[in-house]
Design a protein around this ligand. Sequence first.
Ligand code: NAG
Ligand code: NAG
Ligand code: NAG
Ligand code: NAG
Ligand code: NAG
Ligand code: NAG
Ligand code: NAG
Ligand code: NAG
Ligand code: NAG
Ligand code: NAG
Ligand code: NAG
Ligand code: NAG
Length: 456
Amino acid sequence: MEANKFKLSFFCLVLCFILLLFSLLSTTVIAAADDTAAMAMLMETIIPTPSNWSKNSSYCQWKGVICEANNRVSAIYLGSMSLNVVPPQFPTLPKLKILDISGNNLSGSFPSLANLTSLQNVFLEHNNFNNIPKGFFTELATTLQLLTLSNNPFPSWTIPTELTRFSGLKEFWCDKANLRGQIPEIFHSFPLIKLSLSQNNLSGPLPDSFGNSTIQYMWLYDQMLSGPIDVLSKMTSLIEAHISRNQFTGPIPDFSNCKSLQEIRLDNNSLTGVVPPSLSSQSSLRSVNLTANKLQGPFPVSLINNSLIAANLDGNNFCTNTGNSCDPQVTTLLEIVAGFRYPLELSDAWTGNDACKNWRFVKCDSKNRSIISIDFRMQHFGGTLSPAFANLSELQYLYLNGNNLTGPIPQSLTKLPHLQLLDVSNNNLSGKIPSFNPSVTLNISGNPLFLKGKKG
Ligand SMILES: *[C@@H]1O[C@H](CO)[C@@H](O)[C@H](O)[C@H]1NC(C)=O
Ligand SMILES: *[C@@H]1O[C@H](CO)[C@@H](O)[C@H](O)[C@H]1NC(C)=O
Ligand SMILES: *[C@@H]1O[C@H](CO)[C@@H](O)[C@H](O)[C@H]1NC(C)=O
Ligand SMILES: *[C@@H]1O[C@H](CO)[C@@H](O)[C@H](O)[C@H]1NC(C)=O
Ligand SMILES: *[C@@H]1O[C@H](CO)[C@@H](O)[C@H](O)[C@H]1NC(C)=O
Ligand SMILES: *[C@@H]1O[C@H](CO)[C@@H](O)[C@H](O)[C@H]1NC(C)=O
Ligand SMILES: *[C@@H]1O[C@H](CO)[C@@H](O)[C@H](O)[C@H]1NC(C)=O
Ligand SMILES: *[C@@H]1O[C@H](CO)[C@@H](O)[C@H](O)[C@H]1NC(C)=O
Ligand SMILES: *[C@@H]1O[C@H](CO)[C@@H](O)[C@H](O)[C@H]1NC(C)=O
Ligand SMILES: *[C@@H]1O[C@H](CO)[C@@H](O)[C@H](O)[C@H]1NC(C)=O
Ligand SMILES: *[C@@H]1O[C@H](CO)[C@@H](O)[C@H](O)[C@H]1NC(C)=O
Ligand SMILES: *[C@@H]1O[C@H](CO)[C@@H](O)[C@H](O)[C@H]1NC(C)=O
């Protein structure tokens, strides 16, 4: 009995000892699981060694190193430290959220950041990196929120669609980074706030996905982007847009849904049409630059008169420079070509405020007062026919054939008292054909969508 009791307590003692040993061991294991080895590796590989990084002190005291609980490194700030070398692969730092190695003299390939599994903000701009290794974007932690790559001499490359992996991406900076090609349709994929892609070689249109993005600040200036800018008017979070010095065309859209818009720089493009009056009453707007475009219609004096808005309007094709409305015939022609979305060739062809002063596509009567003929045949114009044709009361000949026009022939055209010829052949018009006076020669062939036998 006594012996058994002794055996039992001895067994207990051994068990307790084993348990104690085990728990001691496990604390040692946890203590070792800090960032010592990783930071030692960084200290040895970064050249030159950042000032005051030394084995004599804990890495949490090193310059630019921020730690959180349990001596885990949460941020490393090594911007503008004249670094020449960082390791080709960053070591495992499981809590690192911010890595800044911008403004150094780093060259060659980007380091792999695959082992930094909590990364949120990465600053790599203003270096001499000239290679982005395959897989760099697919290995980056999906926790990424901010990435700056601007001002690096990369070989020509395109915007990586792998950015869609980062469902929390808020800022992407990639200016002066030799990007070419189109801007991809990826901007519905993340809650982007700032997008900076200026001074690259990007071309093609603005993507539709800008329209359901959350972008507030957008810089796309100085490159070869083209096409219309309508999508900007759907970017309801927009505060600042700078798209100067591109090749954008078409009219300025109505920005009334962009309730936060403060600054818009559209200068040095090929925008046409009448400046929408709503722009002058946009209560958030502080600055607008429309210089060096092909804008038409009356000089938008109300923009200048709104003392809250700094407006630059030089170098356009406004019909007046006073703010008075254009000559009625000019106003009518502008209404007509609004239906075609203000083709660029008509802006330079139609300067001044007198449509009977050698305006292309237009012929006037012998007194140079009234338009009697309009010849828009085979100009690749798209869009629709404006009812405003009816205001040209002396019009006799109207050639619209061989374009890409859609929609109906406006009923109002039947009211033109002197009309002799209407040629709309070879377009894509539809609907009922209005009843014209039998004296009018009508050519409607080559419009398969007209409702047959249903003259209205
Ligand atoms: C680290 O400590 C050693 C000895 O204590 C000293 O000789 C050395 O200068 C120190 N190094 C730095 C970088 O402070
Ligand atoms: C290193 O520099 C940082 C910032 O300049 C300072 O806070 C820290 O005390 C320094 N550490 C040592 C060990 O000198
Ligand atoms: C990165 O992680 C991989 C996989 O865990 C490991 O094999 C590699 O050694 C790590 N790289 C560095 C530089 O620590
Ligand atoms: C920058 O790096 C290059 C080589 O990559 C080197 O030749 C040059 O001296 C470095 N410049 C500075 C200021 O460290
Ligand atoms: C744009 O591309 C041309 C050649 O296609 C090149 O010469 C030029 O440096 C590029 N510009 C920028 C800003 O990358
Ligand atoms: C944009 O549209 C897509 C699909 O149409 C939708 O899944 C996404 O939630 C939209 N994003 C925003 C920011 O509205
Ligand atoms: C407006 O645009 C013109 C032409 O690009 C430019 O020269 C001028 O500096 C701009 N002004 C402002 C205030 O942005
Ligand atoms: C428009 O941009 C081009 C090319 O950048 C430049 O040559 C021209 O001077 C600019 N025009 C104005 C009015 O700023
Ligand atoms: C703009 O201001 C001028 C002078 O202050 C004034 O004569 C003109 O009527 C104003 N025009 C508009 C459209 O508000
Ligand atoms: C065109 O005619 C309509 C009605 O016939 C009129 O309301 C409009 O002011 C006219 N437009 C011009 C520019 O004369
Ligand atoms: C009409 O305008 C043309 C071109 O501007 C001019 O050559 C012609 O003399 C003008 N005719 C009359 C009658 O004013
Ligand atoms: C005609 O317009 C349609 C859209 O309305 C467009 O898809 C097509 O490319 C255009 N065709 C030409 C030859 O411009």
